[in-house]
Design a protein around this ligand. Sequence first.
Ligand SMILES: Cc1cc2nc3c(=O)[nH]c(=O)nc-3n(C[C@H](O)[C@H](O)[C@H](O)COP(=O)(O)O)c2cc1C
Length: 175
Amino acid sequence: MNFMEIATTRQSCRSYDPCRVVEKEKIEAVLEAARLSPSACNGQPYHFTVCRGDEAKAVAALTTGLGMNKFAAQAPVLIVISEKPYVKSAAMGAKAKNNDYRSMDIGIAVAYLTAEAAAQGLGTCILGWFDDEKIRGICGLDQPVRLVVTLGYPGQGDKLREKKRKDLEELVTWL
Ligand SMILES: Cc1cc2nc3c(=O)[nH]c(=O)nc-3n(C[C@H](O)[C@H](O)[C@H](O)COP(=O)(O)O)c2cc1C
């Protein structure tokens, strides 16, 4: 798959095959893609906690507040992405330029991770709705959880959707 094929076919997967186990090598491949992503000052201010089995179920339950993300319970793997402290130079840059590089770094890493998952034939959904404190407790983390990604083989309900996006005219100014 070339990059544009991945970009057009990767979609938020909200239907998983709960019986199909994701091979460890495939989980390692998506984590490796995230590891190779760029970050401010190459600081990689994040940590990935791979949850399977009972831990996956427990984390999934903590993403379903107010009726959200019910599909997460089907996903055999949940990857919890938490923050790590900035490296010194990135901390200085973030302060001097009043910019949140860490969230950007996490977003880029998760973009790589989900793209590689698509290339591996796996479905993912990035979740920003979850109970940070309780997930930290399950995963033994002392830093905030910023995103959770569901991962698994897509179920029957996951049909390829046409992308709905703003037009380039709205998104881009050429000078
Ligand atoms: C930071 C972030 C948080 C998100 N949180 C959720 C979420 O909690 N639940 C959900 O179903 N989708 C969530 N999404 C998925 C978006 O809704 C989805 O990416 C967007 O609608 C575009 O659709 P696509 O991913 O299928 O192309 C999130 C995506 C991002 C990038």
